[in-house]
Design a protein around this ligand. Structure first.
Ligand code: GLA
Length: 335
């Protein structure tokens, strides 16, 4: 029997480097995504061919974390991560196709993980799916990433962004006003250093919360108790970013796009100055976009160090990039 599953990519409108600290973010699933189609086999390997990658991913259903490290091609590691966490009881042979730019900051790896998990028969709820795929991503990439990307792909809602609280794991949908256009522009800068720097930033946040408690509930005054100036700046970003997420959600709810855009641009400055995950290329792109008529705000989106910028604009204000629309969740398709 042929099965097919689709999982969307995501763009994060605001709230970066908050998920791994139990904070707030507001991503949305987008119309671009990844589809896995195939059939269960009597064997014990998962074999996937991709339209965009030369070599297939061939993974034993008994794959161990030790084997996963050396696996090639590199995209096979994400498949193996899912297989390791899901432990399907039978083999599978199929194809992968995607409309997402690979490694471009729109969570192509999360989309691949969710589509593979659903095609291989995952049968639980959205949070469980996101958790399984987050573990898969962590063992595949070696990066201690948060759950935002996988949760956005699992809980997408047409016409809505997703206000996430990573302490309670609550996801609230917030309607995006019709006259708001969301445009993603690829900076053209390959994300470099992102892996090692991600772990370092996450460790600094953990250090800060050992001193002041949960950053979601900390105040600016609490931050004075952090002696190390770098750790204090990292915590300052997270603390103020959580406030910006709330302000952004409130502005979107009342249709105040200028205020929402201002939150996004302030978020970029904080990621640049306090969290130090921006680059000159991303800064120049954001500056150019916010100086353009009809652009309410812009910021880097995702982990930083290259990748994409997201802008909130009047429809038609920008003629570059991808116009993305808030879309539905990862799902099995009628094959
Ligand atoms: C990457 C991670 C996410 C999140 C963002 C930054 O996309 O996978 O969990 O931490 O970076 O917000």
């Amino acid at each position: 029997m042929t099965v097919a599953a689709f999982a969307p990519g995501r763009v994060n409108l605001i709230g970066d480097h908050t998920d791994h600290t139990g904070g707030l973010a507001m991503p949305m699933a987008i119309q671009l995504g990844t589809t896995v189609t195939g059939e269960t086999t009597g064997g014990d390997t998962i074999e996937l061919r991709s339209g965009t990658q030369e070599e297939p991913a061939i993974v034993s259903i008994h794959v161990t974390t030790g084997e996963l490290d050396g696996l090639s091609p590199s995209w096979a590691r994400y498949v193996a991560g899912v297989v390791h966490e899901l432990r399907p009881s039978a083999g599978f042979c199929g194809t992968v196709s995607t409309t997402l730019p690979i490694g471009g900051g729109l969570s192509s790896s999360a989309a691949l993980e969710l589509a593979v998990a659903l095609a291989l028969g995952f049968g639980g709820g959205a949070l469980e799916l996101a958790e399984l795929c987050q573990r898969a991503e962590q063992i595949a990439s070696g990066v201690p990433c948060g759950i935002m990307d996988q949760l956005a792909s699992a809980t997408g809602k047409p016409g809505h962004a997703l206000l996430m609280n990573f302490t309670t794991m609550a996801v609230e949908s917030v309607a995006i006003p019709e006259r708001a256009a969301i445009v993603v522009i690829d900076s053209g800068q390959q994300r470099a250093l992102a892996d090692s720097a991600y772990g370092e930033r996450r460790a600094a946040c953990e250090q800060a919360s050992m001193i002041v408690g949960a950053l979601l509930h900390a105040s600016v005054d609490d931050l004075y108790r952090i002696d190390d100036p770098v750790t204090r700046r990292r915590a300052h970003h997270v603390m103020t970013e959580n406030i910006r997420v709330r302000d952004f959600a409130a502005a979107i709810r009342t249709g105040d796009l200028a205020a929402a855009g201002a939150c996004m641009t302030a978020s970029h400055r904080s990621l640049r100055d306090d969290f130090e995950v921006s680059t000159d290329v991303l800064d120049a792109l954001v500056d150019r976009l916010v100086a353009t008529d009809g652009v309410h705000g812009a910021r880097l989106t995702g982990a930083g160090f290259g990748g994409c910028v997201v802008a909130l604009t009047e429809p038609g204000a920008l003629t570059e990039g991808w116009t993305v629309v808030p879309s539905g969740p990862a799902r099995r398709l009628q094959a």
